[in-house]
Design a protein. Structure first.
Length: 378
């Protein structure tokens, strides 16, 4: 099946979508009897963001790593290869995971509550986070996992056929398949489908500027709030991620932020307070901030799950710093999953886990005090 090698959390959805096997032509309206599933082999396409260097070297212009790549080699993410002085993406239209998810799973809490998203991922990532939840596909090279051929037009047809209102690029790192993201979003817009990205935000200015007009929303996983954490835990830097957040707000792309709170590594009160002040001061008090519970995974199996009391402390600190919408994740049934009006305190959207049970927002406002509630509600 499509998600056989992806995280267990999306495997059940993928099985339901594809009938427990790789996608076939009958899954996509209009494909007829032509087989859709194609195991093995790659279909490289010319990359969009790179520059040529002497001696048939190239420099990738996609993420802040700025990899300089010799003939026949690949960059840090393993998905982009230099072929005779031209950089190619090896994962365009080749997802390794396809699933139907509620938008709350991403999580987006201010984006069409209750809507289904056709969720796609290709192998690879430009980080190597020690606590990666989807390491089986995020830390794999394209040749190491099963993929299917799913061009953007077929993905749109599949989403529409299954009643999805969104296409979500998620699970691994969409930055590494940005050409596919762009083409998915462009095709989706022609059919009134929104495309959203769930990303680490480690992307250069030019590709982000090119992508922003066709995207509806962007969720950034802010891994921590110190350069030390990014260097030791992710293999990257904090500053480019903060730059991405600033640019998203400037470009007018709906943005939400998730922080996976890891005990003893990024949960200090001072760090959380500084993070909240950054969001309020440079992005805006109404940008939703999610604090999510960590569970041991990949190379961080020595740490315990995050205590709920730690998450509650983080939320309280952020609210005291003036943020309007602060949520808790991976704690089903907690009051911190729901949306409350900053004006009158009324509960507007009631959530339990990945389910929205009630949505009282009317025309983007609280029905009780008429305060505007920011988001994309329809």
């Amino acid at each position: 099946m499509v998600a056989a090698l992806s995280a267990a959390g999306c495997a059940a959805c993928a099985a339901a979508l594809s009938g427990g096997r790789l996608l076939r032509a009958e899954d996509v309206p209009g494909r007829g009897a032509v087989p859709l599933a194609e195991e093995g082999g790659l279909a490289p396409r010319r990359a969009r963001w790179f520059r040529s260097l002497p001696g048939e070297w190239v420099q990738c212009g996609l993420c802040p790593h700025g990899c300089k790549i010799s003939e026949g080699e690949r960059g840090t993410c393993g998905t982009r290869e230099n072929r005779r002085g031209v950089l190619h993406t090896m994962v365009h239209s080749r997802p390794c995971s396809v699933a139907l998810d509620p938008v709350e799973k991403k999580p987006f809490f201010h984006l069409v509550p209750g809507a289904l998203a056709l969720s796609l991922a290709t192998p690879g990532c430009n980080f190597e986070c020690k606590g990666c939840q989807n390491w089986e596909i995020a830390q794999a090279r394209p040749e190491q996992v099963k993929t299917v051929a799913l061009p953007p037009e077929d993905a749109v047809a599949l989403a529409l056929n299954r009643g999805a209102k969104l296409i979500a690029c998620t699970y691994t790192e969409p930055v590494t398949f940005s050409e596919y993201v762009f083409d998915l979003a462009a095709a989706g817009r022609r059919s009134a489908l929104k495309t959203v990205v769930v990303s680490n935000g480690y992307i250069q200015e030019e590709p982000l500027r090119d992508l922003s007009p066709v995207l509806s929303a962007y969720k950034v996983d802010l891994k921590g709030f110190t350069e030390r954490f990014y260097k030791d835990h992710c293999g990257g830097e904090l500053k480019p991620v903060l730059d991405t957040l600033r640019r998203l707000v400037r470009y007018g792309v709906w943005t939400e932020i998730v922080v996976l709170v890891i005990p003893s590594l990024n949960d200090g009160p001072g760090e959380i307070r500084d993070l909240a002040r950054f969001v309020r001061g440079e992005l805006g008090a109404e940008v939703p901030l999610h604090f999510t519970r960590f569970h041991p995974a990949y190379r961080l199996t020595n740490l315990p799950p995050t205590p709920v009391s730690t998450l509650e402390r983080c939320r309280d600190l952020a609210l005291k710093e003036g943020l309007s919408f602060v949520y808790l994740g991976n704690v089903p049934g907690h009051a911190g999953e729901s949306t409350y009006c900053p004006g009158c305190g009324a509960r507007l959207v009631r959530r339990v886990g990945m389910a929205t049970l009630e949505n009282r927002i009317e025309k983007g406002a609280c029905p009780d005090c008429r305060r505007r509630i920011p988001g994309l509600w329809s």
